[in-house]
Every structure is written in C-alpha cells, then in structure tokens.
Design a protein around this ligand. Structure first.
Ligand code: HEC
Length: 100
C-alpha cells in the first residue's frame, strides 16, 4: 500500500511539468494548428523535437519563433505571432523539445 502511494506520487511529479505545458499550449491556442504526433497546419511537435535534437540552442530559437511567429522552415504556411510572454514561450519550447 505504502509502495503504491510512493509510485503514484513519483508518477505525478514526472507528469506534472509536461501536463502544465500541454495545458498552456491548449490555452494559448497552439493545439489548433499543432498536435504532438501528427502534422496539422503546423508540424507535429515530435517532428520539431527530432529536427532540432542536436541543436543546443533549440529552446532559445524556438521560443523566439513561438513568440514572434515565422515561416520558411516547414513549408509555405507561416506561423503568426502568438500571444505569449517570453517565459511562456520558453516553457512551451522546452515542452516541445521534450515530446520526442
Ligand atoms: C495559425 C496556426 C498556428 C498557431 C496558432 C501556432 N502555430 Fe506553431 N507553426 C505553425 C506553422 C504553419 C509552422 C511552420 C512555420 C515554418 O515553416 O517556418 C509552425 C511552426 C512551429 C514550430 C517550429 C518552428 C521552427 O522554426 O521549426 C514550433 C516550435 C511551434 N510552431 C510552436 C507553436 C506554439 C508553442 C504555439 C502556441 C503558442 C503555436 N506554434 C501556434 C502554425 C501555427
């Protein structure tokens, strides 16, 4: 019984930050154009994570793009600027890179 509780608590700790950013992505409307594992209007987050897996500046670059928008990396459709603070953009970029 005690062991079961510890396992549950550990699972909650691991899942916590990921869920927080999935929530944020929902709230900020990201999931209208993106999904974690399939392409919608924009690339899937897994594809993004795979593309930048070896890039140590990925979180900084993606945070900038999430906030300001941009185009030309994945296809002809641009991403508009999003209504996020720099901190939120960084949290979202960190979460995207963790979806791989
Ligand atoms: C209106 C649709 C739309 C919305 C809303 C949107 N995106 Fe995008 N996103 C795109 C498109 C289209 C691209 C591909 C742009 C390109 O080819 O450079 C993209 C690209 C990206 C990339 C990869 C950037 C790169 O340079 O490789 C990330 C990361 C991303 N979006 C995260 C987000 C997050 C986080 C949000 C919410 C704050 C969000 N997007 C909201 C359409 C959208």
């Amino acid at each position: 019984m005690k062991i079961r509780l510890i396992v549950l608590a550990a699972a909650a700790l691991v899942a916590g930050p990921v869920l927080a950013s999935q929530d944020l992505a929902n709230k900020k409307g990201c999931m209208g154009c993106h999904a974690v594992d399939k392409k919608l209007v924009g690339p899937s987050y897994k594809d993004v994570a795979a593309k930048y897996a070896k890039d140590k500046d990925a979180v900084t670059k993606l945070a900038t793009k999430i906030k300001a928008g941009g185009s030309g990396v994945w296809g002809p459709i641009p991403m508009p600027a999003n209504n996020v603070t720099p901190e939120e953009a960084k949290a979202l970029a960190t979460w995207v890179m963790a979806t791989k």
